[in-house]
Design a protein around this ligand. Structure first.
Ligand SMILES: *Cc1c(COP(=O)(O)O)cnc(C)c1O
Length: 422
């Protein structure tokens, strides 16, 4: 459910016509609905209100600081994967004790940053990382709170690029090896072993893989307990999928019920790291038709947004629904490829898509673009990154202004031997 609806043939975000935003800020732009974001957080957290649970929003899905501020104000913590994301969360006013740090390749400076800020937990993903964290904690004369991320070897049945819990994936530590590391960590005076964690993948649309992973982790927790190792929290990661076209993922309510049933009796704080399910359907990308082009093989709709703005179709062949911002009264449709201006054949937003016939100047809304949209965008082809807008009722705010040409060369300098000034 979201708040992008038609009113008298015009697409609105909450009470603001998208056409109005386009005329004020230009195109393309991402537009997020505060009511939808709020609703998603509430829906996800409500079933857990009577248990000791913390929802650590996965910042990488959408890391705009205004979006973060909103989610944090609704009680969320944060799951971060870099020092940069820690910086963003702190800028947005995040509570340190609600931050967990995931990722297979944390650098020394990032670990140091996290330890100095005294976050809730570093989710350690290898024996070498454990050692490095211990050494840095010792140097800083502190005790590092750590969880160990296990790899439960579960197939999440999602796109191979976003599956993370299989032994062939780089993430986590295979359960068999993990036991030894738990022992090592529990004896290390520089480490405070606080949890166990896992994350099996993204855009998971069935409950079974989550439950299989939980069962396997439950067994590990039992084994650890019997061997005298105590932890405080279980972090079950994120990954719950959303509807882009005809997927039918479990409702967060059903996900919650299944998780709570599976974990009944386990006296541990529960941490979850949802990303996509919170922001995915709370955002869209609005783009303008530049040209239409007809070849003997294809009909192209060339728009002003491209793979650098939204890479999911090009990267994962992902489906994003695309609808005209103004509903057409005509019944005429065409099967088209919606493509951007970037010089790559992989630059498409949709392929072989049946759509109402459109003309240059028309606005199109790329739906379900709130997650892994702007956060994965780049400046490829020297395209300034687009604006981001947050709508709240009948108000809207620019929460990231469109980049200017000067922004494109920020930090670039001439090598001194090339002459001239910077
Ligand atoms: C990406 C990621 C998430 C969020 O995944 P979603 O599919 O967006 O819910 C959670 N935890 C970790 C460790 C991640 O890497």
């Amino acid at each position: 459910m979201h708040h992008f609806n038609f009113k008298s043939e015009e697409l609105y975000c909450e009470e603001v016509p998208l056409k109005k935003i386009a005329s004020e800020v230009g195109t393309p732009f991402y537009c997020y609905s505060q009511a939808t974001l709020t609703r998603h957080v509430q829906q996800f957290s409500e079933p857990f209100k009577d248990v000791d649970a913390l929802l650590c929003y996965a910042v990488k899905a959408n890391s705009n600081i205004a979006v973060l501020r909103l989610l944090l104000s609704l009680g969320c913590g944060a799951d971060i994967v870099s020092g940069g994301e820690l910086f963003r969360v702190l800028k947005a006013g995040g509570e340190r004790k609600k931050i967990v740090f995931s990722g297979v390749g944390k650098r020394e400076d990032e670990i140091e940053f996290a330890l100095k800020e005294k976050i809730l937990s570093l989710n350690v993903e290898s024996a070498q990382e454990l050692e490095l964290v211990s050494n840095i904690a010792k140097k800083l004369k502190t005790k590092a709170p750590i969880s160990i991320r296990v790899n439960p070897d579960i197939d999440p049945k999602t796109h191979p690029y976003i599956s993370t819990g299989l032994l062939q994936n780089k993430f986590g530590i295979p359960l068999k090896e993990a036991i030894g590391l738990f022992h090592k960590a529990s004896k290390d005076p520089n480490l405070d072993l606080v949890g166990i964690d896992c994350h099996i993948g993204s855009q998971v649309t069935e409950l079974a893989p989550f439950l299989d992973a939980l069962r396997s982790i439950k067994n590990t927790i039992k084994q650890l307990k019997s061997e005298g190792i105590k932890i405080d929290h279980l972090d079950i990661g994120g990954g719950l999928g959303i509807t882009y076209s005809d997927e039918n993922p479990p409702h967060p309510r059903d996900y919650a019920k299944a998780v709570l049933d599976e974990l009944a009796g386990l006296d541990l704080m529960l941490i979850m790291e949802p990303g996509r399910v919170i922001v995915g359907n709370a955002g869209i990308l609005v783009t303008k038709v530049l040209f239409t082009k007809h070849t003997s093989q294809k009909e192209f709709v060339i728009v002003d947004a491209a793979m650098n703005d939204l890479i999911r179709p090009g990267l994962y062949n992902a489906y994003q629904e695309i609808i005209p911002v103004k509903e057409s009264s005509s019944e005429s449709t065409k099967v088209v490829d919606v493509v951007g201006p970037v010089c790559e054949t992989g630059d498409f937003l949709a392929r072989e898509r049946k759509m109402p016939t459109v003309s240059p100047g028309d606005l199109l809304a790329v739906m379900s673009a709130g997650a892994y949209g702007f956060s994965m965008s780049s400046n490829y082809n020297s395209r300034p990154r687009v604006a981001e807008i947050l709508v709240n009722g009948d108000k809207f705010a620019v929460i990231r202004k469109r980049e200017a040409l000067e922004d494109l060369i920020l930090g670039e300098t001439m090598a001194h031997w090339l002459g001239g000034k910077d």
